[in-house]
Design a protein around this ligand. Structure first.
Ligand code: ACO
Length: 461
């Protein structure tokens, strides 16, 4: 873990192939370090320059003569091997090789040689063929992705670099953030198992998300995942025959049959995501909310339609709704008109305002029968979505309940969108459609089942 700290939380960074030329990757990485307000030491390495972006530049890494945790390499593939020796002699802890053109184009031996060399100096290798490492909590953008992601509590490890860059930008649109984004590319040395172990010990990560094309050390991934104290959610691509071939030429990894991976994930206690949207949505829930201990989920809504959609989704995702017990129904009836419904879904009707939402959420989450709450809302002319959002949050806080999950969906326009962003910033996952909120709840149920079968110390949030 200590060497991995050098890679992922470096106190000093050298950029080998740093460049003064705007648009080159070696320029962008140095620029990103300054723009992310990285507080560690930055050492550009380039024999042709004296200074790059205000930093003193060194001809070789051995000329720096100060401790260096991480060397980010942005020089062409044919020069990389020699540089590894120089890094080793300079006492570097880890190298992140952005450069492409190794095992993924058939140069397997060159990649192997680099790793063997690095290990002979006690260094770890991230990549090659990566975008880099981004960490909000360390104010560290050691990559050529344009900016740090929208801040959040999940951390993502991606085998695809371009996808990581796309996700980085999408975090702002979606309002779903990450603390760290780690690109692992060809996984010549540091692989999924290493990053899972590292993130499981990272205080700024509460959910580990993976984009996987293929494992290289599946057995170890299963072992470390089973031991992990945090939820792990994975999107596996390359499950079709043609997709598997595409993955092989992309990151040089074997993308086995979907079935094999499914059973590996089950053994490992890794929760699966169906697609990219689902990876975002499940990460959000798993990073913010506790596991769902049983399937007593209550839906509270102001609209029959979204209530029915939520009910269908609950069944589809394996947490079918049950009618709430009589005492729950009796209490809920006090906060709705005659024509409302206190069964499950609880329909407060279109007349529901902040107060009814507050009272019903506060009562329900506190009741022993209710183990999880899904709050739905359709934007009406008489209500302000932000007011409803605040009522939900206050009701949860006032209940003092922290071990039961809550998920929300508002269907509406810009005002609803803003209110949902506010909810997410305040720790409550909120989604654009009821079935997504139910799918998120199902992920929290899957996680509870994983925890129970792991049979180790109870999960604390
Ligand atoms: N030590 C220090 N500096 C060196 C050394 C060395 N041994 N060798 C070369 N340099 C300098 C060069 O002189 C140059 O600096 P300059 O601009 O001052 O002349 C700089 O390092 C970069 O070298 P170039 O030859 O200009 O290489 P270029 O920047 O064109 O390409 C790169 C290098 C980016 C690593 C390229 O080879 C590459 O692999 N590109 C793909 C990277 C990538 O996409 N990775 C992620 C994949 S994931 C995805 O799909 C997004």
């Amino acid at each position: 873990i200590d060497t991995l700290n050098g890679l992922f939380k470096p106190k000093s960074v050298a950029v080998i192939g740093a460049s003064s030329t705007v648009g080159k990757i070696g320029h962008t990485v140095v620029l990103n370090l300054t723009e992310s307000k990285y507080e560690g030491n930055v050492y550009p390495i380039n024999p042709k320059a004296d200074e790059i972006l205000g930093f003193k530049c060194y001809p070789t890494i051995q000329d720096v003569k100060k401790p260096i945790d991480l060397a980010i390499i942005t020089i062409p593939a044919k020069f990389v091997s020699d540089t590894i020796d120089e890094c080793g002699k300079a006492g570097v802890k880890g190298v992140a090789i952005i450069t492409s053109g190794f095992a993924e184009v058939g140069l397997v031996d060159l990649e192997k040689e680099i790793v063997e060399k690095a290990h002979s100096y006690g260094m770890r290798v991230l990549g090659p063929n990566i975008v880099g490492i981004l960490s909000n909590s360390d104010k560290f953008n050691g990559s050529f992705a344009p900016f740090l992601p929208f801040n959040g509590k999940g951390s993502l490890v991606s085998q695809s670099g371009a996808l990581l860059i796309g996700i980085d930008a999408a975090t702002y649109m979606r309002g779903i953030g990450f603390d760290k984004l780690i690109s692992i590319g060809n996984m010549s040395d540091v692989n999924f198992a290493d990053t899972i172990e590292f993130l499981d010990n990272d205080p700024n990560t509460s959910c580990i998300s993976l984009y996987i094309e293929g494992f290289k050390d599946g057995r170890r991934v299963i072992d470390v995942s089973r031991k992990a104290k945090k939820p792990i959610v994975a999107l596996k691509s390359g499950v079709s025959a043609h997709g598997a071939a595409a993955a092989a030429s992309h990151t040089g990894s074997l993308a086995g049959a979907a079935k094999v991976y499914k059973s590996a994930f089950a053994q490992a206690g890794i929760i699966q995501a169906e697609d990219l949207d689902n990876l975002f949505d499940r990460t959000l829930a798993l990073s913010l909310q506790p596991p769902l201990k049983n399937d007593n989920v209550l839906i509270i809504t102001n609209g029959g339609g979204v209530g029915v959609l939520g009910t269908d989704a609950a069944e589809k995702y394996g947490i079918p709704l049950k009618f709430a017990p009589e005492d729950v129904q009796e209490e809920l009836k006090k906060h709705m008109p005659e024509f409302g419904s206190a069964k499950n879904p609880v329909d407060l009707t279109g007349m529901a305002g902040n107060e009814w939402y507050f009272e019903t959420v506060n009562f329900s989450i506190s009741h022993k029968w209710v183990q999880g709450l899904v709050v739905l809302y359709c934007e009406t002319a008489m209500t302000d979505p932000m007011g409803i959002a605040q009522a939900i949050k206050e009701a949860v806080v006032k209940s003092g309940i922290k071990d039961k999950p809550v998920a929300v969906s508002f269907v509406g326009g810009e005002r609803s969108e803003k209110a949902m962003h506010w909810l997410v910033e305040n720790g409550i996952p909120a989604y654009q459609a009821p079935d997504i909120a139910l799918n998120a709840m199902a992920a929290l149920r899957e996680y509870a089942i994983i925890r129970e079968s792991a049979n180790d110390e109870p999960f604390t949030y």
